[in-house]
Design a protein around this ligand. Structure first.
Ligand SMILES: Nc1ncnc2c1ncn2[C@@H]1O[C@H](COP(=O)(O)OP(=O)(O)O)[C@@H](O)[C@H]1O
Ligand SMILES: [Mg+2]
Length: 194
């Protein structure tokens, strides 16, 4: 479903990715593990076109997305949960989720559906995000990605255990069923945190 072939990515003159390839099939969860600075986030950014690969190819759902602008890659169905969350701080959680909803060919995740996954989110919906804890913001950020109707989600977690806790479990293995309504996922975790 997602196919990355021999990509090379640079920041200015500095090359960060040297011929990275990976495949994520439908229903699969793939974890990228590596020390800080290894290039995990850069790979996610390359897939999203935020830091486009200078060489190599990226296909999603059989479509070449290597040179597409980020908004078209998002509409193609790739969502991102950045490790620094990037919610709008002065808006409520409900508003952040509403902004993320857009027309795509995929099934919508309503705020209600997100609250079924994260029961703690229910009382957070009317609250401004600037008044939330890190873990609460993580719930909003994950829900926002689901609200965008994305069949594929990419997570950048600087602390996997916190994220697992949010999923209502203590271990990585039990995260999978929680994500099962999402057809494929790419997790990114620093080994120095897990
Ligand atoms: N915006 C940037 N400009 C220049 N170099 C960057 C930038 N972002 C990351 N880097 C560098 O790219 C390398 C990979 O970073 P990153 O992909 O964030 O690593 P990871 O997510 O595995 O910790 C690091 O050496 C980092 O310093
Ligand atoms: Mg990173």
């Amino acid at each position: 479903m997602l196919s990355v072939r021999d990509i090379e990515t640079y920041y200015g003159e500095t090359q960060v990715l040297f011929g990275v390839s990976l495949d994520v099939r439908a229903g699969e969860i793939v974890a990228l593990l590596g020390p800080s600075g290894a290039g995990k986030t850069t790979l996610l950014r390359s897939i999203l076109g935020l830091t486009p690969a200078r060489r190599g190819h990226i296909e999603f759902g059989g479509r070449d997305v290597t040179r597409l602008p980020t908004h078209e890659i998002a509409r193609a169905g790739i969502g991102w949960v950045p490790d620094d969350r990037r919610v709008f701080p002065t808006l409520t959680a409900a508003r952040n989720l509403a902004i993320a909803r857009k027309r795509t060919p995929y099934r919508a995740f309503t705020p209600e559906a997100c609250c079924d996954i994260f029961p703690a989110l229910r009382h957070l919906l009317p609250r401004e995000c600037e008044n939330m804890s890190g873990g609460e913001l993580q719930m909003v950020s994950i829900s926002r990605s689901r609200s965008g109707l994305f069949p594929s989600m990419m997570f950048g977690f600087s602390n996997v255990e916190i994220s697992c806790e949010l999923m209502g479990s203590g271990t990585m293995s039990s995260v999978r069923p929680k994500l099962s309504t999402c057809s494929r996922s790419l997790l990114n975790a620093s080994t120095d945190h897990c």
